[in-house]
Design a protein around this ligand. Structure first.
Ligand code: ADP
Length: 160
């Protein structure tokens, strides 16, 4: 069974993420979307909220599971009995960081392969940060994120 881990911050999940997850689920037997507990970034949504939104927007895809993890990605991948890391590539600017991450991960665990998927053109400039920037000023984000995520964003910024 080919199991892939799709790691990230998902703060919050966008149509760009969903596209990569959906396409990954066509290639692998199982895709585990893993939300990173990242202590360096100040997230808008808690890990539990991000997991909840991901569960909701992927519930129609049978072979996708949502989880969260701490620590080294390659350790999490091995623990999950996966052998592939899926990463999405948008602009050229993603490339340098992703190449570094893939080579360090290969050094740490050579049996884990990184699998890159090119973004769908329509999402090449879409990121969680852009979505938050737009939502913060109450502008519509309906083309960028699923409804439930748009509502969660409105609720967050209303509270703030
Ligand atoms: P990270 O902080 O690890 O980059 P993100 O939540 O920003 O976490 O992204 C998780 C994964 O989804 C990454 O592989 C990223 O490249 C990919 N991704 C994010 N947005 C898009 C998009 N619009 N199109 C394709 N892939 C994307």
């Amino acid at each position: 069974m080919k199991i892939a881990v799709c790691p990230g911050s998902f703060d919050p999940v966008t149509y760009g993420h969903l596209d990569i997850i959906t396409r990954g689920a066509h290639v692998f037997d199982k895709v585990i979307v893993a939300v990173l507990h990242n202590r360096n970034k100040q997230p808008l949504f808690s890990v539990e909220e991000r997991v909840g939104l991901l569960e909701e927007v992927t519930k129609h895809i049978d072979n996708v599971e949502i989880d969260s993890f701490n620590g080294l990605l390659v350790d999490y991948v091995a623990k999950s009995q996966a052998n592939v890391i899926i990463r999405g590539l948008r602009a050229v600017s993603d490339f340098e960081y992703e190449m570094q991450a893939a080579s360090i991960n290969r050094k740490l665990k050579s049996e884990v392969e990184t699998f890159f998927m090119m973004t769908n053109n329509q999402y090449s400039y879409l990121s969680s940060s852009i979505v938050k920037e737009v939502a913060k000023y109450n502008a519509p984000v309906a083309d960028l994120v699923p409804d439930i995520v748009e509502k969660a964003l409105q609720e967050k910024y209303r509270q703030k």
